[in-house]
Write a protein that binds this ligand. Structure first.
Ligand SMILES: [Zn+2]
Ligand SMILES: [Zn+2]
Length: 278
C-alpha cells in the first residue's frame, strides 16, 4: 500500500509542495486508487500533479467527514472532471463514499463550516454511496464509516451545529471516519480529523478488522487543545497499542506532538510525504 499526502498543515522544508490547514491523501492498493479528502482549495490538485498523481483517475473518493478543510476542494475536483469530459480527456467515474451526515449543513459561530456542494449536485458528476456501516473497498482496506464511541473521555464535546430534519442540533460529528489497511504487520490506520476520538477510532478499527496489532497511525488526531487529563488517557491507550510508527499531523498542536513523541515512535509528515507499507 502506497500513501501520498496531498494536503497537510505542514509541508516538508526544501520541497515545492504547498501547505494548507486541511487534509488530503492518495492511496494505491490492490490496483485501486483512492482519494481521501481534498483540503480547502485546489492545492491538493497542484500537489498531486507534482507527485505524478491524476486525481481524476480515482476509483473511490472518500469524504472523512463534512468539514470545510476536508471537502471544499471537492468543488475543484468536480470542475476538473467536467472540463476533462468536455475536452474528451480520460477520467474515471469515481465513486464517492461518505457517512450520510457528511452532507448535512454545519455551522460554528454563524460561519458555514460544512460542505459547499449538496449530495444531489455532487451526484450529477459522481455516483454517491452513503453508509453508517464499515465498507471494504478492497480485501485489505476498509472505510470505517460511523466510529463506535467506546470510551468516556473522547468526543464528549460538540463542535458547532448541524441541521437535521430542519432543526439545528449540537454537532458530535457522527460522520467522522477513517480508512484502515490490514497489513501483514498489523493495522495501518489513516485518520483525517478524528473528531470521533483517536482512541475510539483505533479501538473500532481493531474490532472491525479482528486484529489487535497496530502497525501505524497516520493523520489528524484532533488533539488541538491543551487538556492534560485527556492527553494522559490518550497517551496511555496509544502506548498500550505499541504501534511501530505514529505520524500525527493536521489537527495536532505542537505541544501535543511533543507529548506524543516523548512516549511513541513519532515521525514527521507533511504535504508531499510518500509512505509505503507491505
Ligand atoms: Zn473537522
Ligand atoms: Zn480537519
Amino acid at each position: 500500500m502506497k500513501l501520498s499526502i496531498l494536503i497537510d498543515n505542514n509541508t516538508i522544508s526544501g520541497s515545492c509542495f504547498g501547505g494548507e490547514a486541511g487534509f488530503s491523501c492518495w492511496i494505491e492498493i490492490d490496483g485501486k486508487k483512492i482519494l481521501m479528502d481534498m483540503g480547502r482549495t485546489d492545492m491538493f490538485l497542484k500537489n498531486a500533479a507534482r507527485l505524478g498523481i491524476d486525481c481524476l483517475d480515482a476509483d473511490y473518493i472518500i469524504l472523512s467527514h463534512g468539514h470545510y478543510d476536508h471537502t471544499w476542494g471537492l468543488h475543484h475536483l468536480v470542475q476538473a472532471h467536467i472540463e476533462a469530459t468536455y475536452e474528451k480527456r480520460p477520467c474515471r467515474q469515481s465513486q464517492v463514499i461518505a457517512h450520510v451526515d457528511a452532507f448535512l449543513p454545519k455551522e460554528a459561530g454563524h460561519k458555514n463550516i460544512g460542505m459547499l456542494m449538496s449530495r444531489e449536485t455532487l451526484q450529477e458528476t459522481f455516483p454517491v454511496t452513503v453508509t453508517r456501516d464499515p465498507m471494504w473497498l478492497t480485501k485489505q482496506l476498509v472505510f470505517l464509516a460511523e466510529v463506535e464511541r467506546s470510551n468516556d473521555f473522547e468526543a464528549v464535546k460538540s463542535l458547532g451545529h448541524t441541521r437535521r430534519y430542519d432543526t439545528w442540533e449540537d454537532d458530535y460529528l457522527y460522520d467522522d471516519s477513517a480508512l484502515v489497511y490490514t497489513s501483514p504487520k498489523g493495522l495501518v490506520i489513516i485518520t483525517a480529523c478524528a473528531h470521533a476520538g483517536i482512541c475510539n477510532t483505533i479501538a473500532y478499527a481493531r474490532k472491525v478488522c479482528h486484529e489487535d496489532r497496530v502497525h501505524a497511525i497516520i493523520g489528524g488526531f484532533h488533539l488541538l487543545r491543551d487538556d492534560p487529563a485527556v492527553m494522559e488517557k490518550t497517551l496511555a491507550y496509544m502506548t498500550a497499542c505499541q504501534p511501530d510508527l505514529v505520524y500525527p499531523c493536521h489537527c495536532v498542536s505542537l505541544e501535543n506532538k511533543v507529548k506524543l513523541a516523548a512516549a511513541l515512535p513519532v515521525k514527521e509528515l507533511g504535504a508531499g510525504t510518500v509512505l509505503s507499507f507491505e
